[in-house]
Design a protein around this ligand. Sequence first.
Ligand code: GLC
Length: 436
Amino acid sequence: MMKTPIILSLLFAVSFLPAKAQTYEPSAENLKARQEFQDNKFGIFLHWGLYCMLATGEWTMTNNNLNYKEYAKLAGGFYPSKFNAAEWVSAIKASGAKYICFTSRHHEGFSMFHTQYSDYNIVDATPFKRDVVKELADECHKQGIRLHFYYSHIDWYREDAPWGRTGRGTGRPNPKGDWKSYYTFMNNQLTELLTNYGPIGAIWFDGWWDQDANPDFDWQLPEQYAMIHRLQPACLVGNNHHQTPFPGEDIQIFERDLPGENRAGLSGQDVSHLPLETCETMNGMWGYKITDQNYKSTKTLIHYLVKAAGKDANLLMNIGPQPDGCLPEVSVQRLKEMGEWMKVYGETIYGTRGGIVSPHDWGVTTQKGNRLFVHILNLQDNALYLPLNGKMVKKAFLFKDQSPVHIARAGQGIVLQLPETPVDMDYVVELQLVGQ
Ligand code: GLC
């Protein structure tokens, strides 16, 4: 007789647990997409917008205090006559990259896709009149490479977008209000991006930090993230806020630093258990900058990719396309050379996770099951001690030609006796470990 009221009151109590019910539980598709994302290891970032025409980087509007109405007139002359999505995607694929992250709308506020929520977009405001996002999306799907969208929370153009610490010298009035129309605008655009362009691998947000001096500011992220996951459950949400991840995010992003390092000053945050990605520029700028020909060498780029993998992170390497619609020639060359290396060594990168030997000055390790790949990037010796925590090694050999490498036990680890002092860009020794 007493049972019914107890059950009823329990049911009643459970129905009042909205906070719990709202905590983010990634779907099975999302968890699978996270694994694939980690397996892919390497992506190419593309920063392309009206700013390419001024050739001084994507921050030029703010850095040079360009009036927002004058700046918008650039659109009338934007005609990237040589744009060819098939060529971009093939050049990027040739590098071994498995995904492309494209700036659908950067801080300047110009939409590089056909949106019905603002005329300030590539189809309605330029003589070019082509939806480059659509062409890119179709080509990515055709050539089998994932597409991610960068999306800025900052907008230096719209009069209903909040003022932050950037973009104050552009003549845009300081708007007041609750930003309702701006949030609706962003969510409408995200809905377009997630319904009109096929499966999207990730939405990559940027600009949260514009309000970092204003701790009460509410970007309404939980609603936005939930909407994305509702529209495409497998779409990963990442935010370049330089903080430890917020609820609802699926990956953790680092800018210009490997996780756990903070040389560029934007990456002091803790490293979470989410899949990790770090982004870096191929020269020194994200958007096209005509005076910056200071491209990193292929060796530096490969070392960065390998070090990221050793830290269990993906590398998102940036290119800033030119105003004529071409990728800069040097970047295409770098892509090709990275791809040649990946053809041989991809097996030691794709599908791996950071290995049991943590990163050292000499290099890093990556691992796939019992296969431990020792990436020697910098060693002026032919002997190398590896702390293996007592793990036994069945076999050791050079990855490139399978020739055996002599090993000697030393304490909890081993010493690799290399046949030479490593001179290769990345000297890879494969160890077959005993058991799991
Ligand atoms: C920064 C910059 C932005 C760039 C991004 C890429 O947050 O504001 O211009 O797109 O880094 O990581």
